[in-house]
Structure formats: C-alpha cells, structure tokens
Design a protein around this ligand. Structure first.
Ligand SMILES: Cc1cc2nc3c(=O)[nH]c(=O)nc-3n(C[C@H](O)[C@H](O)[C@H](O)COP(=O)(O)O)c2cc1C
Length: 174
C-alpha cells in the first residue's frame, strides 16, 4: 500500500526535503514517504532551515554521487539549527546494479553512502529515526551508451518498501 494511512491516524508533523535531478528517482521515494505520512515535500532551495523547529520529524534525501548524498542536501544539513533531539530520517536512491542491492552487502553500502549526511545530523543533535535506500535508474557516464542500469527502478516494490518504512517511522517514538 502506498496511499495515505487510515483516516484519523495520528502522524508526526513531518517535512521531507529531497534533491533529485538525474531521473527523479529519489523524488518518487520522497513523494511516497510524504504521502504515507501526510507530509510536505520541498527541495533544498525551498526549505528554510529555521523552519525545521516546527516539525516533529524531518527527512533528508537525495541520489548518491561519489558515495554520498548530492551536495545540496549536505549543504542544507550544514545550515540546520540545533536539532535538540528532534527525529530525523535519511533516504537515498543509488545506482549500483540491482542484483547486488540486497542483504547485508547492500546494508553496508547504504551505511557508507549515508555516512556523511548521518554524521552532520548527529553533530547537530538530531536523533536518527531510520534510513531507507533502494536502487534507481542510472545512466551516469558510459552507462548511457548501454541503456543504463536499473531501468524502471524504483519500481512498485521499492515504493511499497518506502511506504512501509514511513509507516514504521510514524509508529516509533524515537
Ligand atoms: C554524476 C553521478 C554520480 C553518481 N555516483 C554514484 C555513486 O557514487 N554510487 C552510486 O551507487 N550511484 C551513483 N550514481 C547513480 C545515482 O545515485 C542514481 O541513479 C540515483 O537513483 C539518481 O537519483 P535521482 O534520479 O533522484 O537524481 C551517480 C549518478 C550520477 C549522475
């Protein structure tokens, strides 16, 4: 299920910020998470760092470039006010071949891809409420000459997992 949760359910007031330019892959994940939580989605240039204090939960996500989140999301994290224990979640899409994007190996890869953004959020006093990643269509560099990798990703299964992740965030206290 990727739609909003049951009417009357209570959700944390949530802001989702995403930078997604390559194929809109991470934007689709962001929109699924936001729809599930009844949240708004902004891009880093339209997210006022000072407004973060108005939310119970904030999510930052982007595609992965050179093993870390895209620069505009990292730069936004640098401008955030102190989190004072506010809950934050991270998400991303990455371009590794889907065949390798499972199990512990993928967990390790995501852990590494998210390390820089995670460290910035922890440094500012945010509590990490969860992390999500899946593969996305990738035509970077020479891949474009071969039709790209992971065509059609994120797919319905990826987005269902993103929605499940979001419901888990809503249910958790910290
Ligand atoms: C310039 C560039 C660099 C990339 N570097 C990586 C990388 O280091 N690791 C990786 O897994 N994917 C990498 N990718 C693939 C993207 O992270 C992936 O396609 C992602 O889904 C794009 O997200 P977006 O459509 O939201 O921008 C790179 C893509 C581009 C265009």
């Amino acid at each position: 299920m990727t739609g909003p949760a049951e009417p009357g359910a209570r959700f944390p007031k949530t802001l989702v910020v995403v930078h997604s330019w390559h194929h809109g892959n991470t934007r689709r994940v962001a929109e699924t998470i936001a729809r599930t939580l009844g949240a708004e989605v902004r891009t880093p240039d339209r997210a006022d760092p000072a407004s973060f204090g108005e939310y119970d939960l904030v999510g930052l996500g982007a595609g992965i470039d050179s093993g870390r989140h895209y620069r505009p999301i990292l730069d936004l994290a640098d401008r955030l006010p102190p989190g004072d224990g506010r809950r934050a979640f991270l998400f991303s899409t990455c371009g590794i071949p889907a065949a390798f994007a499972r199990g512990e190996e993928f967990e390790r890869q995501v852990d590494a891809n998210h390390a820089e953004l995670r460290a910035k959020l922890l440094d500012r006093g945010y509590a990490i409420a969860g992390e999500f990643s899946c593969v996305g269509f990738n035509t970077n560099s020479f891949l474009r000459y071969f039709g790209g990798l992971n065509r059609g990703r994120p797919d319905a299964g990826d987005l269902a997992r993103a929605a499940e992740f979001a419901r888990g965030l809503a249910g958790r206290e910290s």
